[in-house]
Design a binder for this molecule. Structure first.
Ligand code: ATP
Ligand code: MG
Length: 406
């Protein structure tokens, strides 16, 4: 049992049982549901635990000391135990998806089976009672787990027509678990792929990111085959231009994987795609920078490494090397060798901040004001990049005098 007062970093079986038992003792039904049941059956660690219950949100709130109204309008309350949130959602049904993305009506139900039937895939539509170890699996989720299949609950055409995002979720789960998308589910995606345009770019980007960061990112090839790419972003029209197979042997870093994926689009097109997908600026800038410098010559010695560090930023160099290796521009040996060179040089001064004189020091030397100071600092920085031993105030002032007054 988790100790009182000790901050827990993830969900525990004890706390899951505690929540379910508390709800049951108050006369309600409650089960673990969805992703945590799927992952437990696959012997994967639980990232989060969702609980489904016949209790209404206000009844859930009344039973637990610490709760948050996370999605109370959809019936979800977060119960906080030992620093971990457990999402507790009332059994519900959904209907009328006139916009292909969210239900027009959400209503509560007293039937667990009805709640399970609104879920996307059979492997996500199982409930589990941890004390009795009873699995409620009305749609054959367990068998599909054994056969490693992603299959819609019910008619796949209807399910994707209701919520087009589910098509990308199918690809994402296939990529994460290394599963195959079942034939009818695939056919339905192929037929309905254009409806993805009704889904917000933010949600599309979230799914793309999760797929890229999975263990089997090359499953993204299926998004191309099934015609999803053009509706994810305009710049992704031509799936042939995406470097998907290269993703498999690329490290799990989002910037690196996005840069590898879009390396053949060039930095401008890649930037447009990321803008369309509403990417944050940091990610967009980092990815376009990596693509822009992809073809730069590989540094072979300290000086050229320091110039590269100054050009793109010290911390970006290992990422650039990973992208170069990922797209096959450099061998593993060249990657290792250059990374070792970077480790050797990474403390070297390559920015004005690291220079051992400041603008004020130079003004005191009578260099003047404004532009001249900036130019002098740049001159000294270049000297220091060439030879870090020169980064000493006295030495730099002397260099300045030689340069300026000769
Ligand atoms: P992950 O481990 O990636 O969080 P998950 O299965 O928990 O996977 P969530 O997006 O957290 O996925 O959703 C929780 C559960 O809610 C799913 O397992 C599924 O039963 C249901 N669900 C989520 N999104 C949808 C959707 N768009 N359509 C139908 N059911 C959904
Ligand atoms: Mg989840």
């Amino acid at each position: 049992m988790a100790q009182k007062g000790k901050k827990e970093s993830g969900p525990t079986l004890e706390d899951t049982i505690f929540i379910i038992r508390t709800l049951e003792e108050a006369g309600f039904e409650a089960y673990a549901v969805g992703g945590c049941v799927r992952d437990a059956l696959l012997l994967l660690p639980a990232k989060d635990v969702d609980i489904t219950t016949s209790a209404k949100p206000w009844q859930v709130k009344a039973l637990f000391a610490k709760t948050f109204d996370t999605g109370i309008e959809h019936g979800t309350i977060t119960v906080l135990l030992h620093g971990t949130g457990y999402e507790v959602t009332t059994f519900r049904t959904e209907d009328g998806y006139s916009d292909h993305r969210r239900p027009d009506h959400v209503s509560y139900t007293l039937s667990l089976e009805e709640d399970l039937s609104r879920r996307d895939f059979t492997i996500n539509a199982m409930a589990f009672h941890p004390e009795s170890e009873r699995l409620i699996d009305p749609f054959g989720g367990r068998e599909d787990l054994e056969n490693r299949l992603i299959r819609c609950v019910g008619d796949p055409y209807e399910r994707f027509d209701e919520d087009a995002l589910r098509m990308l979720r199918a690809v994402r789960f296939a990529a994460r678990l290394g599963f195959t998308i079942e034939d009818k589910t695939r056919d339905a995606i192929r037929a309905l792929s254009p409806t993805l345009r009704y889904v917000s770019k933010e949600r599309i980007f979230e799914e793309l990111k999760k797929t890229l960061m999975s263990d089997h990112p090359s499953v993204l090839e299926q998004a191309v085959d099934l015609g999803l790419c053009p509706y994810m972003a305009q710049g992704l029209q031509d799936g042939q231009k995406l470097k998907i197979s290269a993703l498999e042997n690329t490290e799990k870093d989002l910037m690196v994987r996005l840069a590898v994926l879009m390396s053949d689009l060039g930095e401008n097109e890649a930037g447009k795609v990321l803008k369309e997908l509403k990417s944050d600026n940091d990610t967009r800038n980092a990815v376009t920078l990596l693509i822009a410098h992809l073809k730069d010559p590989l540094p072979e010695d300290g000086v050229s490494m320091r110039h590269l560090m100054a050009l793109i930023g010290k911390e970006k160099v290992p990422f650039l090397l990973q992208v170069k290796k990922g797209v096959g521009l450099i061998s593993h040996e060249a990657y290792e060798r250059t990374l070792a060179l970077w480790r050797q040089e990474r403390e070297a001064p390559v920015t004005l901040k690291e220079l051992s004189v400041t603008g004020k020091d130079l003004i005191r030397q009578g260099i003047g004001q404004g532009k001249a100071v900036g130019e002098a600092l740049q001159y000294l920085l270049q000297q220091v990049i060439e030879d870090p031993a020169k980064n000493d105030p006295r030495c730099l002032i002397e260099l300045l005098h030689q340069h300026w007054y000769n």
